[in-house]
Ligand binder design. Structure first.
Ligand SMILES: Nc1ncnc2c1ncn2[C@@H]1O[C@H](COP(=O)(O)OP(=O)(O)O)[C@@H](O)[C@H]1O
Ligand SMILES: [Mg+2]
Length: 396
């Protein structure tokens, strides 16, 4: 039987049919949307977690469910590389345009966006929105009233809006964004007319920190959802489910390896799964295929997610030797922390000679850190991605 395509999608939000877990998070978000749509309130939530943990995938799923169950217009807007509020607003409206195409409220949206709609692409199959800067600036400062006007154009066909601002990287640190959010929230709170809007922000924990440094009062405004890696059961369920869809079997030993070397970290599940799927030749992923998958995934992950300066720094044999032993393979759940004392017990005398230099260097590069409350000799990786990458190097 010819092999089907890989069900794994490393690096892009997961297709709805392969999405697993996150039931509580989805319920929390969708409940807010339901409240916003029925009580006509502003609901706010901030989704944080490391890169690759599944923020965008969660948002996508929540938007889909909210649209179906609560008849809102859901706009998932990616703000990677965006540094101005005008461009942010332009992207929100462009998303609105694209999402509304072929829907019953499209005429309302067209009327609202006026003559700034363009057909783009070779066959004119995409729609773009391009308004002059001064109109965009106006929409930035009158964002609440602008959205009310949009909803009144659409009428009874949709009950509210859900806007996800994802990948806040460029904006979150700016005063302009923090102040804009604060004024938006204040405007909606004091306006005469209500606005059924659910605002979801998604970004790295440090983006949230930056935002709160600029506008501390926003802390109470946004409910926080911090996304965690999958547990063992969810990790295994993900693999079984994805492989079953393409008629590939998987042995319990292989599932254990997937769990051990991914730490339940979604982006790793896909990288390792994809590599194991390619390594398999007989339609059953067993231990050997899973290990081959781990080894090739380590290379891919090194190239895709680890900064060149970190890779260069760990080039020496002795440093690599230490890194391979930092994470006890038998206890991957503890993989982001280690102590110098434990590590001393696992490394060779040669490696022990360079250990202090090694720790200093990793600290300087921002790979590991030490905090006062952890106590002397205790270290933590700054990102699970690092810990897992080094763990993968230890695959037999
Ligand atoms: N709930 C999930 N079920 C299955 N795969 C997921 C899930 N969440 C994320 N993934 C996968 O993990 C990787 C990272 O997800 P993504 O949503 O892009 O993370 P983030 O936005 O936090 O960087 C992608 O390959 C995605 O397909
Ligand atoms: Mg994302």
């Amino acid at each position: 039987m010819a092999k089907e395509y890989s069900p794994f999608t490393p690096g892009v939000p997961v297709p709805i049919e392969f999405f697993v877990g996150r039931e509580n998070e989805i319920t929390e978000i969708v409940t807010k949307v339901a409240k916003s749509a029925s009580m006509k309130t502003l609901e706010r939530v901030f989704i944080t977690g490391e890169r690759g943990i599944g923020k965008s995938s969660l948002c996508r799923m929540a938007v889909r469910i909210a649209e179906e169950k609560h008849e809102v217009i859901g706009l998932h807007v990616f703000l990677g590389g965006v540094t101005s509020l005008e461009e942010m607003v332009r992207r929100i409206f462009e998303r609105l345009l694209q999402e509304s195409r072929d829907r019953s409220w499209f005429d309302g949206v067209k009327g609202f966006l006026g003559n700034h709609i363009k057909e783009v692409g070779l066959f004119g199959v995409s729609l773009a929105f391009d308004a002059p800067q001064r109109d965009l600036s106006q929409a930035v400062s009158d964002f609440g009233p602008t959205l009310r006007k949009l909803l009144s154009r659409i009428g009874a066909q949709r009950k509210g809006l859900m806007i996800v601002l994802d990948d806040l990287n460029g904006l979150a640190g700016s005063n302009a964004f923090a102040n804009w959010l604060k004024s938006l929230v204040d405007e909606i709170a004091t306006a005469r007319d209500p606005l059924p809007l659910t605002l979801v922000l998604a970004g790295l924990p440090e983006r949230r920190r930056q935002l709160l440094e600029t506008q501390p009062s926003l802390d109470r405004v946004f409910d926080l959802i911090a996304i965690r890696p999958f547990d063992e059961a969810q990790t295994k369920q993900f693999f079984q489910h994805a492989l079953q869809k393409v008629n590939v079997a998987v042995t319990p030993e292989a599932l254990n390896i997937f769990w051990q070397f991914s730490g339940g970290y979604p982006v790793f599940l896909h990288e390792i799964g994809d590599a194991a799927f390619k390594a398999d030749t007989d339609g059953t992923i067993e231990k050997r295929d899973a290990l081959d998958g781990v080894i090739s995934a380590a290379k891919v992950i090194g190239a895709k997610y680890i900064e060149p300066k970190v890779l260069a720094a760990i080039w020496s044999e002795r440093y690599r030797g230490i890194l391979r032993k930092i994470t006890p393979v038998e206890a991957p759940h503890e993989f982001t922390r280690f102590t110098k004392a434990e590590l001393m017990g696992r490394i060779s005398p040669e490696e022990a000679k360079v250990l202090d230099n090694f720790l200093q260097k990793m600290k300087r590069l921002g790979v590991i850190h030490q905090s006062a409350e952890m106590g002397k000799g205790h270290y933590q990786f700054t990102s699970a991605l690092y810990a897992l990458f080094f763990l993968l190097q230890a695959a037999p």
